[in-house]
Design a protein around this ligand. Structure first.
Ligand SMILES: [Zn+2]
Length: 123
């Protein structure tokens, strides 16, 4: 693969990694025991009003908020894992090859998504 393109794609991946980690760390904590795993922190909102008549509604909101964040965490974590795998492939020289059939993935496809793991036929 063209070195300049590879550098560009690597840069894109590194930038995306930083953004994903920043986004994740705004509401989740890195699990120190499991590499690449993040845990959503239960939201601490509404604490000051606990005991008031609205506290039941607030806990329902908190649970809903927590579920939304957990879903978001899953999406971001999955994408981050893809980005990390792509960066590993760059370091090991296997970058840009379909992980199923081993053919080269088209430049256009990689440019649109540098973390792509399969060519069009296999995806
Ligand atoms: Zn393939």
């Amino acid at each position: 693969m063209d070195k300049t393109l590879l550098e560009q794609l690597k840069q894109k991946l590194l930038e995306e990694k930083v953004l994903l980690e920043k986004d994740l760390s705004s509401f989740a904590k890195k699990d120190p025991n499991m590499k690449g795993d993040w845990d959503t922190v239960f939201p601490q909102m509404g604490e000051a009003q606990s005991g008031s008549h609205s506290s039941l509604d607030e806990s329902a909101d908190e649970v809903e908020e927590y579920e939304n964040l957990t879903a978001k965490e899953f999406t971001l974590e999955t994408r981050l894992a893809e980005v990390n795998r792509a960066l590993e492939r760059i370091n090991k020289d296997g970058f840009g090859l379909c992980q199923k059939c081993g053919k080269e993935i088209s430049k256009e496809r990689l440019y649109a998504n540098p973390a792509a793991e399969f060519d069009i036929e296999c995806s």
